[in-house]
Write a protein that binds this ligand. Structure first.
Ligand SMILES: CCCC/C=C/CC(=O)SCCNC(=O)CCNC(=O)[C@H](O)C(C)(C)COP(=O)(O)OP(=O)(O)OC[C@H]1O[C@@H](n2cnc3c(N)ncnc32)[C@H](O)[C@@H]1OP(=O)(O)O
Length: 396
């Protein structure tokens, strides 16, 4: 319950309760803060909304109401909705706060919002000093956190208590984050995980709660989602780096073949137990893995589910470099910050020269793999594997 309240409180601050799209757009977090004499731009405003999500300390109800009111004033102008009833405590408090701003111009409200967030960030912890480290837990647990600094946009999987398993919502949010990152002014994009795991693959509960008779439709929509998701990685135009902070399973491993660089801690393992799960390879791994490591090594992984250590994965060419866990974050981020200072257009064009001639083929392979998996998800082998996991009879 406390978690739910916390999430709602954070949504208040960005006004997301009244405009749900705000939560899923993931505009990137630029960390230049405006002085009071300047007028905040729309980008500063969006960045401030993101910074609110990263605050370590709960700023308290009064500040949250203030943020809510400034957000509404900045986006909609003076309060324009009927006053809620006296027993509707929360909405009435929000209405009162917004109404109290009277006719404050939108620009001023936007600036005040940015200033307030800036002061909260300074008194909490400046996100500009925050490295998205493996052991950093975001307050309240937004499942995906996107930050942008030093020319690097970082997409962090943030469900450490579920080993960063990917929910349906997370697939959608990652696609939106990639779309935004492809257009922002960062040079490099990073995918990483928070906690001891990089990612435990598809959340197996994605396949549950399906009403009788809707299983086929669920498999069909799952295949569409999978195909769209993998397409985003195939088409991503900038250097894409995986910072593999711990064990990786399933789809989080297979899509590594579509990344440009894979840095791994020596604690990481790489596991694609598709046969165990009654499933088949995805993420274009049926093509990229044999190409990267040769067909018999790829078969060991994709057909027999052999789990590779980080060093084995590096020897096979799936991982670019392995770092000791104790210095992993430091070494990797120093390296990436140096790379991010290289001319971004040159890097983008070089990536495209390397990757473009494969794109059409990869899209076709992705379509084929997704359609085969659609059938697999309906098989007894797959359903039994999921039931076994959920009833704790089986673990990888
Ligand atoms: C629509 C696109 C579809 C794309 C298809 C992709 C295919 C794949 O990705 S296949 C791979 C699927 N993943 C798995 O089969 C992993 C299942 N998880 C495990 O075997 C184990 O949890 C683990 C080996 C990853 C970790 O074991 P450990 O003992 O360290 O921790 P646990 O106590 O098991 O896990 C903690 C917590 O996290 C939940 N959890 C972990 N992984 C998943 C998952 N993939 N889906 C759902 N939930 C997961 C686990 O249930 C625990 O939750 P509780 O604390 O609530 O019990």
């Amino acid at each position: 319950m406390a978690g739910v309240v916390g999430r709602l409180a954070r949504r208040w601050c960005s006004g997301a309760l009244s405009s749900p799209l705000q939560v899923t757009r993931f505009p990137t977090l630029q960390l230049h803060l405006c002085g009071p004499a300047m007028t905040a731009s729309q980008k500063d405003f969006e960045n401030a909304m993101n910074q609110v999500k990263l605050l370590k300390k709960d700023p308290g109800n009064e500040v949250k109401l203030n943020l809510y009111a400034l957000y509404k004033q900045a986006t909609e102008g003076p309060c324009n909705v009927p006053k809620p009833g006296v027993l509707d405590f929360i909405n009435k408090a929000k209405w009162d706060a917004w109404n109290a701003l009277g006719s404050l111009p939108k620009d001023n409200a936007r600036q005040n919002y940015v200033d307030l967030v800036s002061s909260l960030s300074a008194s909490s912890e400046s996100p500009s000093q925050v490295t998205p480290a493996a052991d950093r837990k975001q307050p309240g647990g937004d499942a995906l956190v996107v930050t942008s600094q030093d020319g690097i946009t970082t997409i962090t999987l943030n469900r450490p208590d579920k080993k960063n398993a990917l929910t349906t919502q997370m697939y959608h949010d990652i696609m939106l984050a990639l779309e935004a990152a492809s257009k922002d002014d960062s040079a490099i994009t990073v995918l990483t995980g928070n906690g001891d795991y990089y990612c435990s693959g598809n959340d197996l509960t994605n396949f549950t709660d399906v009403p009788p008779g809707a299983v086929e439709e669920k498999a069909r929509s799952g295949a569409v989602l999978l195909r769209d998701f993998v397409d985003c990685f195939i088409d991503f135009p900038k250097p894409l780096v995986a910072v593999v902070n711990g064990p990786a399973v399933g789809i989080s491993v297979t899509i590594l073949g579509l990344f440009d660089i894979v840095y791994a801690t020596d604690r990481a393992t790489f596991h694609t137990p598709f046969s165990h799960l009654g499933q088949s390879p995805e993420g274009c791994s049926s093509y990229t893995f044999p190409k990267i490591m040769g067909s018999s090594k790829a078969t060991e992984m994709l057909v027999f589910g052999k789990k590779l250590t980080a060093r084995e994965a590096c020897t096979q060419g799936l991982v670019t470099e392995v770092f000791p866990d104790s210095t992993f974050q430091k070494e990797v981020w120093v390296r990436l910050k140096a790379y991010s200072k290289l001319p971004p257009n040159a890097m983008r064009i070089s990536k495209q020269v390397i990757r473009n001639r494969e794109k059409e083929k990869l899209h076709a392979i992705n379509a084929e793999e997704s359609s085969i998996l659609q059938e697999r998800w309906l098989s007894d082998e797959c359903m039994n594997a999921i039931v076994n996991f959920l009833s704790r009879k089986a673990k990888l």
